[in-house]
Write a protein that binds this ligand. Sequence first.
Ligand code: MRU
Length: 360
Amino acid sequence: MSLESIRYKRGSLEILDQLLLPLQTRYVKVQGVEDGWKVINKMQVRGAPAIAIVGCLSLAVELLKEEVEDKKVMRQEIEGKLNYLVSARPTAVNIKLAADELINLANTLSADENVSPSQFKDRFISSIEGMLNKDIEDNRAIGKFGCEAILNTLKGDGLVRVLTHCNTGSLATAGYGTALGVIRYLHESKKLEHVYCTETRPYNQGARLTAYELVHEKIPGTLIVDSMVSALMNTRNITAVVVGADRVAANGDTANKIGTYQIAIAAKHHGVPFYVAAPLSSIDMSLTSGERIKIEERPDREMTHIGEHRIAAPGINCWNPSFDVTPACLITGIITEKGVFPPNQLKEVIPLHETAIPKS
Ligand SMILES: CSC[C@@H](O)[C@@H](O)C(=O)COP(=O)(O)O
């Protein structure tokens, strides 16, 4: 069974504390928006789709407890709380797009005279709840399209050796995963010979989380440190790289976990196809290129310490950008729930406003 990062039933939300993995499995209660902001900001929950879903569900939990008498007051409150949640981590676009759609929904429900305050609340909460199943369905479609794209380019033994970076699995989504969903699909199709995952310094999402998911799912995998990527491509006949995304600009430039860019450069040099797997809700058509993507900088402590242990010389300066932008020219294809597209075709195939919230 795949790992459950988000446990939700109406009025109750718990997340698997990813700061404690892989050594401890502990769920943390999220009782409202303040808790939602904290678990996202502290990275107890992380990964672009999971951030959006947990943020919005934290609002659903909070709203359920409230008596709603005035729709306009509720609409205003919703907008303020969503904007606050978006501020918890700036690079991933999924939560921003979801918030924009929910604010539109709140505007529509508030203006509709046939909708009572309690119907407003119920329909609003139901829309948020729909994000959970939609994300899993989208991820399965991503897995299938990605698997087919990689198999189409195959020569030789018909088995695939893939490299991935960071964590894009069940822990980073509502379930199944994006890039790790492609790997999972290849494995289920008996086409995966091996997956290599990077350690992903400084926060170690690869060593702690992806490695944990691979062991849990019995997917044959090997951990490498980030500086081994070129050597791996030179010696291990890698078929493809598949990574996730935090924000894809309209021209295909892709912000993802720091280190993605240098993997893409190495892949180009070695002639290895480089795929980005992401739902349409990770694509920001309002940005023409990746230059204006805001890159979150995280505390020095993530670099200077491992757990409680300092590993860096005291007094040294640190620079800790959490993401980098891979230019579209290094990307073979963007794997989405609607198919696999070369980066320069995104503008033609993706509508300006794609939905993060399922259409009712
Ligand atoms: C499906 S998750 C895609 C990306 O969000 C993932 O690759 C990533 O960069 C996560 O960064 P994180 O800082 O752990 O939230």
